[in-house]
Write a new protein. Structure first.
Length: 366
């Protein structure tokens, strides 16, 4: 009997993981019948292929609840689906530990897509053992960068399959041409910097603000940080306390950030760790010069070292300041290497990588 495919993503926050979830899920729905998605965010049904069955709470009240409440509700829905359909394959985008344990407890198959390098786990002996035991129970683990794949094998002894994030250059280019009036950037002679990502410790935007505070004393810069998350208040307070309001704007998450990115001069990624940062691929697709932390994993692979952008040491404010100043003084060089980087984006071609996902999942459905 052919298994039913259940795609598991407890809550949709907006960001690279969620973006890839919609692209991959909608593609699979063109190839595979009998697909369900489990999430608490029923309001996103309109973004899913019409052939996908959405399993979510009847009430929308849960979408504003805490992350652990969302996980509990989603896990309940997953168990309920397993008991109903019996022969299933779980494809997990989030909460991989839970989906693996539940699948094995109820006799199902499970493929996980690990999005972010397990930073910190390799330094804790007990967590490392636990991580290794649970992930080795998965039938397949998909990672999105070579460094991530190597990290999993070296630190945890776990073999994984590499599939890059699918990137559609024509869609990004089309969306970047949408009208977007933003007076803070428009007709301004300052060098325009942008950061897009969740407001979390992982993304480390506070480092960017501290560096910006210093470099903006000597050079003309403006900075926009777009996103949402638990650190929003802290970031806004830093801007206010340091009287940076005329130079820095903290704005909400944008469904289409590409017009604003296209108006910018430099994209800055300040993360402590990643998987394969989607936003760097999108910046490169727009030929936007990039400054990125050399964090595990992804940036070094996307930029081929410093060949297509500037890398700075993780959580090193002074190094970031130096890279921002360098970019101000060497605009032509940065524009050249960003154009060179654009030519190498074929590695992340959407059709190629989506077909790889389909082949992996098809094998376990039969």
């Amino acid at each position: 009997m052919k298994k039913k495919l259940i795609i598991f993503i407890p809550h949709i926050r907006g960001g690279g993981v969620e973006k890839n979830f919609f692209i991959i899920s909608n593609y699979l729905a063109t190839k595979i019948k009998n697909i369900s998605v489990i999430t608490v965010n029923k309001e996103y049904k309109k973004k899913l292929n019409k052939n996908i069955n959405l399993i979510s709470p009847k009430s929308s009240q849960w979408k504003n609840s805490g992350i652990y409440t969302k996980y509990i509700i989603s896990i309940y829905l997953l168990i309920k689906a397993i008991l109903k359909y019996k022969h299933i394959l779980i494809f997990s985008f989030q909460a991989n530990w839970y989906s693996i344990l539940i699948a094995k407890l109820f006799g199902g198959k499970v493929i996980t897509r690990s999005n972010t390098a397990p930073q910190g786990w390799s330094n804790n002996y007990f967590k490392k053992i636990l991580y290794k035991i649970i992930l080795n129970l998965a039938d397949e683990i998909i990672v999105n960068s070579k460094e991530f794949k190597k990290n999993m094998l070296t630190n945890f002894g776990i073999k994984t399959k590499l599939i890059y994030n699918p990137l559609n250059l024509s869609v990004i280019n089309k969306l970047s041409k949408k009208k977007f009036n933003y007076s803070f950037f428009k007709k301004n002679k300052s060098l325009k910097l942008i950061n897009i990502g969740r407001f979390t410790d992982q993304k480390n935007q506070i480092l960017l603000l501290k560096a910006f505070k210093n470099v903006s004393k000597k050079f003309r810069f403006r900075l926009v940080i777009a996103g949402r998350g638990p650190n929003e208040k802290m970031l806004k307070n830093f801007v206010k306390d340091n009287k940076l309001n005329s130079k820095v704007k903290i704005i909400n998450f944008l469904d289409n950030p590409f017009p604003l990115m296209k108006m910018s001069d430099i994209f800055i990624l300040s993360s402590n760790f990643e998987g394969l940062p989607n936003v760097l691929l999108e910046a490169q697709a727009l030929k936007l010069p990039i400054i990125s932390s050399n964090c595990p994993t992804g940036p070094k692979e996307i930029l081929l070292g410093n060949k297509f952008g500037l890398l700075f040491k993780v959580n090193n404010q002074k190094d970031l300041e130096n890279k921002i100043i360098y970019s101000f003084k060497n605009k032509k060089y940065l524009n050249k290497i960003s154009n060179d980087g654009y030519k190498y984006l074929f590695r992340f071609d959407e059709k190629r990588n989506l077909f790889k996902y389909y082949n992996v999942i098809k094998e376990y459905l039969n």
